[in-house]
Design a protein around this ligand. Structure first.
Ligand SMILES: [Zn+2]
Length: 338
């Protein structure tokens, strides 16, 4: 009997040690999809409650996919057919509207990011300034800004934006002025090149705007790159160097980083990535990158658990929840601390 209860006690102790019950911030969430449609805020609140997701980055999608006159069937995704996508500012109206309808106690868990502008237009900063002044204090960040994004930016009429172009340089100055973090989607390479072809496009703003906190979406990777090339062997050493050189760089680990980088094919955490994240415990954050539908939100966030469990517990909790909150405007952080 004694032995049995001792065994039970041991079993309990072991299971407690492993059940860390993370609380999450989703640092990369799109309230709408590429047609600017959403399941709605109630579904999102349900998914957050069911999965201990305490905070979310709350953004639209800066482009809308066209249902082209010549297409008999309405596409279901931006890649559904060859019709173009176009810059769509009303996405921010949809985000602001949903945010304002939230009860005050829920509103503090939502962190609206403004994204609906053309990053190739040197008037973009003037547009963003108007939006910030229209709803003072509402916007807590800028992005996700789509710069090089393989097939997606190829569908936009005109050139693919560079993260280091003049229009965005003006936007970064504005971000510094308003103390707003910036989330950038900037692919580190093309679908075919096995080298960091576009690295300087992200590195230049990091160097030139030390007062802007940049969140690099998916660490410069994308699903489309992975379809053409497997693991990019230069990602890890590149991040090691950039994190050491630029204290204003933060890394979003969402989906195309989770696999194949954080976890291998068997789902085992990669020791080199564990080492990297442990060396920079304040610089990594998790995201679902869901677009307009929230039924798989919990699954995406819990997908990081094998990796988090292999980190020191304090680091895992920072990555799971705290690091995203720490890049928000200082004013917002002070309100959250109340
Ligand atoms: Zn995204």
């Amino acid at each position: 009997m004694l032995r049995l209860s001792f065994a039970l006690f041991l079993g309990l102790a072991v299971s407690c040690a492993h059940a860390r019950d993370y609380r999450y911030s989703d640092a990369h969430l799109h309230y709408v999809d590429f047609f600017q449609e959403s399941e709605g805020i109630d579904k999102l609140l349900e998914a957050m409650a069911a999965n201990r997701i305490e905070h979310v980055m709350f953004s639209g999608i800066p482009v809308a996919k066209k249902w082209h006159e010549d297409e008999p069937k309405r596409p279901r995704y931006y890649a559904g057919d060859d019709a173009g996508v176009y810059w769509y500012s009303a996405t921010d109206t949809l985000v602001a509207h949903a945010y304002k309808k939230l009860p005050a106690e829920q509103r503090r868990r939502f962190h609206p990011f403004l994204s609906g502008f053309n990053p190739n237009d040197k008037n973009a900063d003037a547009h963003i300034r108007r939006m910030l002044e229209l709803d003072p204090g509402l916007w807590q960040g800028i992005g996700e800004i789509f710069t090089r994004h393989d097939d997606l930016t190829a569908l936009i009429p005109g050139d693919a934006p560079r993260a280091n172009n003049e229009a965005l340089t003006r936007v970064y100055h504005l971000a510094a002025e308003y103390d707003l973090p910036v989330m950038l989607h900037a692919n580190i390479t093309s679908k075919r090149e096995r080298n960091p072809l576009y690295l300087q496009e992200i590195e230049q703003p990091l160097r030139n705007h030390p007062h802007v906190r940049f969140i690099w979406a998916h660490a410069g990777t994308s699903m489309e790159i992975h379809r053409h090339q497997e693991k990019l062997d230069f990602i890890l050493p590149t991040l090691e160097r950039l994190l050491a050189d630029y204290p204003n760089l933060y890394i979003d680990l969402s989906w195309s980083v989770l696999r194949p980088y954080l976890l291998d094919e068997q789902g085992k955490p990669d020791p080199q990535w564990l080492q990297l994240v442990s060396s920079y415990p304040a610089r990594f954050m998790l995201g679902s990158d869901v677009v307009g539908r929230f039924d798989s939100l919990g699954e995406y966030m819990r997908g990081f658990e094998p990796f988090l469990d292999a980190l020191p517990e304090a680091v895992a909790r920072q990555v799971a929840r705290d690091n995203f909150l720490a890049v928000l405007p200082r004013k917002v952080q002070a309100e959250l601390a109340d």
